[in-house]
Design a protein around this ligand. Sequence first.
Ligand code: GLU
Length: 522
Amino acid sequence: MSDVRVRFAPSPTGYLHIGSARTALFNYLYARHTGGKFLLRIEDTDLARSTEESTNSILEGLKWLGFAPDEEIVFQSNNADKHRAAAMKLLEDGKAYRDFTPKAEPSDANVKDAIKERARAQGGDKNMRDNEYRDLSKDESDARAASGEPFAIRLKVPDAGKTSFEDQVYGPQERDYAETEDLVLLRSDGHPLYNLAVVCDDIEMQITHVIRGQDHLTNTHKQILIYEALGVTPPTFAHLPLIMAPNKGKLSKRKHGEVVSMTTYRDAGFIAAAFRNFLALLGWSAGEEREIYSLDELVEEFSLDGIHRSNAVFNFTEGDPRKWTDDKAIWMNAEYIRTMPLGELIPFVKPELNAAKLWRDEYEDDDKEWFENTINLIRQRFFTLKDFSSQGRAYFSEDFDFDAAAVEKNLKKFPDLKTWLPELATRFEVEFGDALQKPAREQGRNTQHSNKTFTEENIETVVKAFTEEKGTKLGVIMNGARTLLTGVAVGPSMLSVFETIGLERTLMRLRSQMAWNQSNET
Ligand code: GLU
């Protein structure tokens, strides 16, 4: 156990996107690595933009990724009284002041003009201290407040000096006080503003390390001013590099919504472990070439030192729906699907098949071995869990589509196949017919019921002899058979496909004219 306490503090104004998911991951890894605590705070102070739907979507995304907070979730809006009390204390201490500048209503053109005019006269933003109420005497300020005149509370940023801190990623940072305006802490309606709320909550939650996006750097200087005014030592800060679109532009929720939302990845058949692994490498490395890390390994290897200063790029092809996600993300997912222990993969495949109405309870019972072998075979070329129910459909159902390009290339280009493939079916029937008497699950490897089992080696002998007889190439027969048996042009070794589909279904499919009758346009 250590005293490290970090938090992930999303604003519920949208779903959990790539950038915030990575922030959550880095906080989570840091907490686990140091034996500290990982906390979650929903920053729902912007009432106009915060929605419950968005909170739920963030929680769902975090749940999918497996980042459960170690303490109860904090909702920032519940702490508004504490934020107000802090602002009042700063006012009492003379660290903040009441600003009686009338608040412009959207309809109030005169007041707006007057404010603009004053700003112009003050030289725009250049002189951020030139607020006529900054040095109002305490008595006058109190009297005006007592008379009911509305006011905002602003921090009184000291005239000379600078905020400075040692960023754990970007190194020493400083900013002259003169560059920061007297920020509003409390609006005239009593609503606490963002920077005050964050500081108060981080103090209350005893946060030791603030790990968040580099886009908060300016806020950090403002927040340090608030810490100083409150007389509290600020936490350690680590800012994370940005994640950019492929053209080095900003990744925007609006423009790249689909691409950046976490639930999209979940629903598209990504495996959380793979996606976490991918996210971890967006701006962090352990200083080695390696790319595959389990969660435990990430926890072990993670350090703030390994975070990069240069922006990470999320590489997808804009406008091309087939390339809607990052190349590495999809590669990583395929890698996990291909290599993870079967026992871990199958619990993900089951709901996928279930949703597609392809699941049968026998897969966990009498046909367990067949099912596991089949999943193991077909996963080799799959990229997402969806592939099990789409490209893999022919293994689990008679109702599958024929890819038009495959039909054209592998069947229609070789018209002889139209009679040859049914003939091959008859040849199989003659050679392996005995096996048909046995239940399907017993037709596979290691069964002794027939002299000749419908297994790879035996199938190969038969197909080779058949090919020679016809004076054609093995590829022609195999590709044609593959298209009839699976509907597509690529897949695992055709001998294992025959064996996996099994004799009975192989005969039926080789004889079927459905693909042959399919029109070219589909
Ligand atoms: N709520 C802020 C955001 O979603 C993060 C604040 C913080 O981490 O300090 O960007």
